[in-house]
Design a protein around this ligand. Structure first.
Ligand SMILES: Nc1nc2c(c(=O)[nH]1)N[C@H]1C(S)=C(S)[C@@H](COP(=O)(O)O)O[C@H]1N2
Ligand SMILES: [Mo]
Length: 318
């Protein structure tokens, strides 16, 4: 299947329209143009990486998503975050995560597969070329953004380890490091953060492992160096800081479903007709906009994903 977001070359927009290069380098914590290119493109920095090279501005391919909604700014995307391992205060995540060490990083992929394998992050970047995907992100709390990710289809990674015929679900586990992540001192949550998908959801072309956004490597607050993005589901499914992926026969336990099963289902498909027990899901607040907007079925990806749920009662399987 083709990505649902076409990338017409005519719409390529220099990154500096969004953020000056200087600010960008600062924000991304990157010191040289060569290192910047290397990080964003997964290539080796050249010997001149200490000097300022010419065409280095990372770019996004369009200024809107396929529905015409403008991208959120880099600033918005990287300063308003949910990452409970650090704090439940969205505006303090970036600061608390600033020095979180995301390299070296390994991801163990196993369970019901023929070829279990542990990948270093560099192996992943080399093996699975990154693509841009401009996706809406809809949090279950009813705010949303439009984010230009870089990443690769989770399907490519799963195919590489060859799931057995017994495998029906995928379990994801995030990093556990309470010394570096102050929120993990809270005994209220069953750390590490875990999530899960049905195997066909995980194999869907819209489902990606993201490694960057706006042409820059992910910052810690966005789930660096590797996080899941499933755009038709509520944001909590898109687990950050992934260290383990396991194929299973049965639906895995997930953090939010364990903490409050009546509020957070396993499926968590964006659905304006099924309210959260404590608030409506019919509308949402797009960050940067003054007025609420209607929430779209499957977050606007209905044509691509509705067939996955044919015959299911979406109120019961919420
Ligand atoms: N490991 C981990 N992943 C997580 C979370 C978290 O607390 N820990 N929060 C989730 C929630 S509720 C949302 S809405 C999105 C937010 O992603 P963003 O901050 O990049 O917009 O991340 C999800 N992934
Ligand atoms: Mo969320």
């Amino acid at each position: 299947m083709k990505p649902s977001v076409p990338i017409p070359p005519s719409e390529i927009t220099p990154y500096h329209l969004y953020l000056s290069r200087r600010e960008f380098l600062k924000a991304a914590g990157i010191v040289s143009a060569g290192a910047l290119l290397a990080a964003a493109c997964g290539v080796q920095p050249s010997s001149e990486s200490g000097s300022v090279a010419t065409p280095v501005a990372p770019s996004v391919s369009a200024q809107t998503d396929e529905l015409g909604d403008p991208l959120n700014t880099y600033e918005e995307i990287t300063t308003y975050n949910n990452y409970y391992e650090f704090t439940t205060d969205k505006q303090r995540v970036a600061r608390l995560a600033e020095n979180f060490k995301t390299s070296p990083w390994e991801v163990e992929v196993g369970g019901l597969v023929h070829k279990p394998q542990t990948f270093g992050l560099e192996d992943l970047l080399k093996k699975f070329p990154s693509e841009e995907r401009i996706y809406r992100m809809r949090c279950v709390e009813a705010w949303s953004m439009v984010i230009p990710w870089q990443g690769f289809p989770l399907a490519s990674l799963l195919e590489a380890v060859e799931p057995t015929s017994e495998a029906k679900y995928v379990r994801f586990e995030a990093v556990y490091d309470p010394d570096a992540m102050p929120g993990q001192k809270s005994k209220f949550y069953p750390w590490p953060y875990t999530e899960g998908l049905r195997l066909d959801e995980a194999m869907h072309d819209l489902t990606i492992m993201a490694t960057g956004l706006y042409g820059a490597p992910l910052l810690p607050q966005s789930g660096a160096p590797l996080r899941l993005v499933v755009p038709w589901k509520y944001g909590f499914k898109s687990i950050k800081g992934v260290v383990k992926i396991e194929l299973t026969k049965f639906p895995p336990e997930t953090l939010w479903n364990t903490v409050a099963p009546q509020e957070y289902g396993f499926y968590a498909n964006v659905n304006p007709q099924v309210d959260h027990p404590r608030w409506s899901q019919a509308t949402e607040r797009r960050i940067g906009e003054a007025h609420r907007r209607p929430t779209l079925m499957f977050n606007g990806y209905e044509a691509e994903v509705a067939s996955l749920y044919e015959g299911m009662d979406l109120r019961r399987n919420f």
